[in-house]
Design a protein around this ligand. Structure first.
Ligand SMILES: Cc1ncc(COP(=O)(O)O)c(C=O)c1O
Length: 463
């Protein structure tokens, strides 16, 4: 049976997503014109040409001034900024009376805002999953430096999901009358695993504030903050619709923001600041959390991007990505060398239940040794395939997936101060083990041909 017919037989829902094929032809022609096989949607989304045109039109039609004023051009900028804020809240079903949107540079900027302002003190807790982006891991440095206790909840092989018992035990450690922050990703940028959103209320009930990292989740899954009321929700817009880069948000519950103490003030964040009086008054959120001048010329493009996603519909995007991910997993995991050794080892679930479109794996040769990810990267690039190699800023999931133990890591991390450990030193230190992995991720305008190109590339590695 031809591959496409077999695919449709197995994933019939794909047939209902052909609007995206037309959209790709119309609005993303550069993809097929340049022959690029884009498989790094978890790294960054792709923009449609229509988004650029609409944005350019907004800029061409209006005169915008710095929004920190009340003159007409300033007010024109403010109007579009406030409209974008409202649009973001609506997009995530967040009640404006309960939530607000703080614009940041990216998801990491949103996470830093929480880290530096969360009132960690001795006796407080920071609980987080092994499976987290480094920008969530980095918050532990604020917790450590202010004497709070940091605890990690491990993920389990082979699916890299959280051990529910360990999670419950972790949640039971909230310190009464203290500040307790629990952080996890709605979708792993390493394994594609989707962690249950039901944890939010379970954590709230036991006294935790919840930071839900949705950066890898919202590009292909709807988020309903009316149902799942996380306190702090960081994200980057380029991951959802590709353009503009440089804008993210912290969507946050107004009540939870009252708990945060900013460590400084800046232009735009205060109602009044005095030099001689040595005093300042922080503005209410969101202004109190937005340092300096917002990217007011690009923020209108966020609303355009949200409208673009709305017009396509999350159901179509989600189903399409689910089908393509399933097909990639089915085929990659079935490939065998002539020696009988499987070509790939996938880190994460092999089916499409509660997982997104990121598939992380390593290639193995016929004698079952890992193929150096740098060679895979080079070979893929020669085929115009954009994939990602490394640990994707998620060392916790990577260490468990690759079987790198705590003592092995301790032996490598003996250098301190200015003696930096390079990636090559690290590889040598953990000897023959794979020190990273290969990630392919499907997204908004991925199609069957993209996945077939990946499979053809993988077949070329068979010995
Ligand atoms: C789950 C997750 N969180 C946070 C981030 C950080 O996003 P940014 O680099 O846009 O700040 C990423 C980026 O890949 C991510 O995948």
């Amino acid at each position: 049976m031809p591959a496409y017919a077999e695919f449709i037989q197995k994933y019939p829902v794909y047939d209902r997503t052909h609007d995206i094929d037309e959209l790709r032809e119309r609005d993303y022609p550069r993809l097929d014109r340049t022959g690029q096989v884009y498989l790094d949607y978890t790294g960054g989304g792709l923009y449609a040409e229509s988004q650029l045109r609409l944005h350019q039109q907004v800029l061409a039609d209006h005169v915008f001034g710095n929004p920190h004023s009340s003159n007409p051009t300033s007010m024109a900028a403010t109007t579009l900024i406030e409209s974008a804020r409202l649009s973001i809240l609506q997009f995530f079903h967040a009640d404006p009376a309960e939530y607000t949107v703080i614009f940041t540079q990216n998801a990491s900027g949103a996470l830093k805002l929480v880290g530096e302002s969360y009132p960690f003190a001795p006796g407080d807790r920071y609980l987080l999953t092994f499976d987290n982006h480094n920008s969530v891991n980095g918050i532990r440095e604020y917790a450590h430096s202010r004497g709070a206790e940091v605890t990690y909840i491990p993920v389990c092989l082979p699916d890299l999901r959280i051990d529910t018992e360990a999670l419950e035990a972790g949640l039971d450690t909230a310190a009464a009358g203290k500040n307790n922050l629990f952080a996890y990703p709605a979708q792993s940028n390493f394994s594609g695993v989707q962690h249950p959103l039901e944890w939010i209320e379970r954590a709230h009930a036991r006294g935790w504030d919840v930071l839900l990292d949705v950066a890898a989740f919202v590009p292909t899954n709807p988020l309903d903050l009316g149902l799942y009321k996380a306190d702090f929700v960081p994200l980057s817009f380029y991951k959802i619709f590709g353009y503009p880069t440089g804008i993210g948000a912290l969507v946050a519950r107004r009540e939870s923001l009252k708990k945060l103490h900013r460590p400084w003030f800046a232009g735009g964040t205060i109602t009044v600041a005095s030099v001689q009086g040595d005093k300042y008054y922080l503005a209410e959120a969101p202004a109190g959390f937005e340092d300096g001048t917002l990217d007011y010329l690009n923020i209108p493009a966020v609303e355009i991007g949200l409208d673009h996603i709305r017009a396509i519909g999350y159901e179509t995007i989600h189903q399409r990505v689910r089908c393509l991910t399933g097909w990639a997993l089915d085929n990659l995991s079935a490939m065998r060398h002539s020696s009988g050794v499987p070509l790939v080892r996938v880190y994460g679930p092999l089916d499409t239940v509660q997982r997104g479109g990121a598939v992380t794996l390593n290639f193995y040769d016929r004698s079952d040794s890992p193929v150096d990810i740098r060679l895979v990267d080079q070979a893929a690039s020669q085929h115009n395939i954009s994939l990602r190699t490394g640990c994707f800023c998620n060392p916790g999931a990577g260490e468990i997936a690759l079987g790198i133990s705590k003592p092995e890591l301790a032996a490598c991390f003996t250098r301190s101060g200015d003696e930096r450990l390079s990636y090559d030193d690290f590889r040598l230190c953990i000897d023959n083990k794979a020190s990273g992995a290969v990630r392919v991720s499907m997204g908004l305008v991925s199609n069957f041909e993209d996945v077939q190109m990946l499979l053809k590339f993988a077949e070329g590695l068979l010995q």
